[in-house]
Every structure is written in structure tokens, then in C-alpha cells.
Write a protein that binds this ligand. Structure first.
Ligand SMILES: Cc1cc2nc3c(=O)[nH]c(=O)nc-3n(C[C@H](O)[C@H](O)[C@H](O)COP(=O)(O)OP(=O)(O)OC[C@H]3O[C@@H](n4cnc5c(N)ncnc54)[C@H](O)[C@@H]3O)c2cc1C
Length: 371
């Protein structure tokens, strides 16, 4: 690099050095990536980039990594408030799980289908085609384990609010962020920005297409349904000679008009024994009741729970939460998106599906593409 070049602004000179093209056989220079969103997709993406020798700053608006692989602690034990379990179909996901020994356990979900026809409830065992896996002690534990080696590269409690050209080097990006206390910061010097957030957030951060019209066009058709979730605990069921209340199954897919899924949390490995259930409302019902108060949703879902399970006892704990973006209905159709010209990428389960494994593979493939 000439003396004249180094006499430029120090930041510009550093940027030039950074971009020196690698010669044949030489390792490619390390780049600095901003990854937004520390769900399983963002963490898989960030880990892969770091392993390839790149610098990563991973931004997460919540206090911890996990995203929709979420667990809620209560006085009666933990609930998986988002993903209930996962399945493993791809060898790359299987290999990654092998590298986190002891975190995941097989769950004997004893899954049934509950049919609500003419007011009568019938049960039909669903053939268990593939094992159900859960992380322990909660579903968030897997992402937490994978995020641990990232150390200070994971910046939690920090919501990315804007992506804009770097004030010192227009060929790079800088990110504006807001903390929980509304404190604002600017992080600069990123060679690329990788969004691993649900679609509404990705659309907003793309400035409705101003940063990449290509990406905005590709994610426009994506649709993702909300999900009201109810978590209830019955400590009274754990009396001597009473192993649990109600049905013999631990999980059910339901055709009840309000409820799509029920799971006995206490049947999952590594959980507290207090009888606890999680219910997920159907996508249609969740959409219709999106604006309802949690107390109203709680009452309606409790009634549905009693109809399906025959448990009419009053729970000692009940909490309803709403996921505004829960399950993909129309995906992008490719594992990830990468606009090399804009230097912006997108990953998340919603690229191909609605499962934990889809999210992992999406984050992994985006990282491999940009490397
Ligand atoms: C109720 C429910 C039940 C489910 N059940 C199952 C199941 O049984 N099996 C299964 O395989 N899958 C299930 N899923 C789906 C599974 O949870 C997802 O596929 C997976 O967790 C998605 O991971 P992700 O990394 O793509 O996105 P997310 O987990 O949504 O991660 C995105 C992250 O980005 C963060 N973020 C968003 N905006 C910003 C911002 N501006 N700045 C900083 N951070 C930001 C969020 O806080 C979040 O941590 C379920 C999901 C829900 C909601």
C-alpha cells in the first residue's frame, strides 16, 4: 500500500487493507459480519462464520439467545413457550447436535390425535415415525449452549433499529440500536449484515426495499401465522398415589376449533415433576383473537382444555402469551437469501419451513454462502 494511501483517513486505510484481494492459494481476508437475531438460525450462522476465521457481532433484542426456542420459568417449573420439540432429518443438524453432548434427550411424547367430532372426543395414536427431541432443562438450552463460545460477540438486550451506510466508509454498514432502557448506540465497520429475524422485522430493517429491492421482492410473499399459547400448572395433581391428571397421552395434535396442540410439560426429560400443560391455539383462532386481552384468551383456552382432556380442575398457574409470528404458512422457497451487491443476507426457518431444523440449516447455509 502506498504512503499516499496510508496518509488517508486511518479508517479508510484500514478498510483498504481489509479488502486486499487474496492471491491464489492465500487465505481470504477476515471480514466483520453483523448478524441480527440470536435464535437458532442466527447462532448457527454466527458460529459457522467465527469457525471460518471471521469476526462476528451477533445482536439480540432479548436478554438471552434462543428466540422461538423459548422457555418460561415459573414457581411451578419451566414451560417451553415456543418450540415444543424438534426432529432431526439432516446429517449436518445431527452432527451439530453430537457436538453438544448431554443437552438434548429423546422425549416419549406418546403422541395422539384428538378428534373433536359432534362434541365427542376420540383419541387415535399417531404412529411415531421419527424421534421427538427436546433440549433440557428447557428448549432454550440448546441455543444457549451453541451461543456460549461466541462470548462477547453476542450483544444481548440490544434491538437493531436501522441499517445504514457506515459514516466513515460508505462501502460498509453501520447499525443503530436501542437498549431495553432506550439507550441508543451506533455499531460500525461491518462488511455485511445478515438478518436472522422473522419476516416483519426483516422487512422493516430492509427499509421496505430501500437497502435491497431484490431481497424485499423475494420476501414479500412470505406469510407467517400467529399463535396464542397457554401454560397451566396443577400442583394438586402431584399428591401421593396420583401420578398425573387426565389422559394417558403426553402430547396431542387436536382438531378442536381453538386448540391445535397440547403437551404435558412434566413428561419431558429433565423437567420438574409438577403437572404442567402447554396448549397452542390453532393458527385461524389465533389470528381471529390476535387483539384479545390475555385474560380473555386464557379463559377460552382453559374451556377448550377441559373439553379435550376432561381436566376441569382450576390451575394454580395460568399464563397466556401471543407469538405474533409463530409458524410459516408461505416460505421463501430457498434455504437463505444473499444479495452480494448489497452485502445483506437473510436466514430463518421461514426460508424453507417452520421447524427448528429448518432454522438451523438456513443459518448454516447463509454462512457457507457468504464465506
Ligand atoms: C408457539 C411455537 C411452537 C413451535 N413448535 C415447534 C415445534 O414443536 N417443533 C419445531 O421444530 N419448531 C417449532 N416452532 C418453530 C421454531 O421455534 C422455529 O422454527 C425456530 O425456533 C426459528 O428460529 P429462527 O432463528 O429462525 O428465528 P427466531 O427463533 O424467531 O429468532 C429470531 C431472533 O431475532 C431476535 N430479533 C428480532 N428482531 C430483532 C432486532 N431488530 N434486533 C435484535 N434482535 C432481534 C428475536 O428476539 C429472536 O431471538 C414453534 C414456534 C412457535 C412460536
Amino acid at each position: 500500500m502506498s504512503t499516499r494511501a496510508t496518509a488517508k483517513k486511518p479508517a479508510k486505510a484500514a478498510a483498504d487493507r481489509h479488502r486486499t484481494p487474496a492471491g491464489p492459494g492465500q487465505p481470504r481476508p477476515s471480514r466483520h459480519f453483523a448478524v441480527v437475531g440470536a435464535g437458532i438460525a442466527g447462532v448457527a450462522c454466527a458460529r459457522t462464520l467465527v469457525q471460518a476465521g471471521h469476526k462476528v457481532t451477533l445482536f439480540e433484542r432479548n436478554d438471552a439467545a434462543g428466540g422461538r426456542m423459548a422457555s418460561v420459568d415459573t414457581a411451578f417449573g419451566r414451560f417451553d413457550s415456543g418450540a415444543q420439540y424438534f426432529t432431526v432429518r439432516d446429517p449436518r443438524f445431527a452432527l451439530a447436535l453430537e457436538n453438544a453432548p448431554g443437552v438434548c434427550k429423546r422425549w416419549s411424547a406418546n403422541l395422539v390425535r384428538v378428534l373433536d367430532a359432534h362434541g365427542r372426543v376420540a383419541e387415535a395414536a399417531l404412529p411415531s415415525l421419527e424421534p421427538h427431541w427436546v433440549a433440557q432443562p428447557g428448549m432454550d438450552s440448546l441455543v444457549a449452549r451453541w451461543a456460549a463460545p461466541l462470548g462477547n460477540s453476542l450483544v444481548t438486550g440490544t434491538r437493531v433499529t436501522n441499517i445504514e451506510p457506515d459514516a466513515l466508509d460508505a462501502k460498509r454498514w453501520q447499525l443503530r440500536t436501542a437498549g431495553a432502557d432506550d439507550s441508543q448506540h451506533v455499531y460500525s465497520g461491518f462488511d455485511a449484515v445478515l438478518l436472522a429475524v422473522p419476516p416483519a422485522g426483516a422487512r422493516a430493517l430492509l427499509g421496505e426495499g430501500k437497502l435491497s429491492a431484490t431481497l424485499a421482492r423475494k420476501i414479500e410473499p412470505v406469510r407467517i401465522a400467529p399463535c396464542w399459547t397457554l401454560m397451566i400448572a396443577f400442583p394438586q395433581a402431584n399428591q401421593p398415589n396420583m401420578s398425573h391428571l387426565g389422559p394417558q397421552w403426553n402430547a396431542a395434535r387436536s382438531t378442536h376449533h381453538r386448540v391445535a396442540w397440547l403437551a404435558r410439560e412434566s413428561s419431558k426429560p429433565g423437567r420438574e415433576p409438577v403437572e404442567r400443560w402447554t396448549l397452542q391455539a390453532s393458527a385461524t383462532w389465533s389470528q381471529e383473537h390476535l387483539r384479545d386481552a390475555p385474560s380473555r384468551v386464557e379463559a377460552k383456552l382453559l374451556r377448550a382444555f377441559a373439553e379435550i382432556t376432561g381436566i376441569h380442575a382450576t390451575p394454580a398457574h395460568a399464563q397466556a402469551i401471543c407469538w405474533n409470528e409463530a409458524q410459516t404458512q408461505v416460505p421463501v422457497g430457498t434455504t437463505h437469501l444473499w444479495d452480494a451487491k448489497a452485502r445483506i443476507g437473510i436466514a430463518g426457518d421461514w426460508c424453507t419451513g417452520h421447524r427448528v431444523e429448518d432454522a438451523f440449516l438456513s443459518g448454516l447455509s447463509l454462512a457457507l454462502d457468504v464465506i
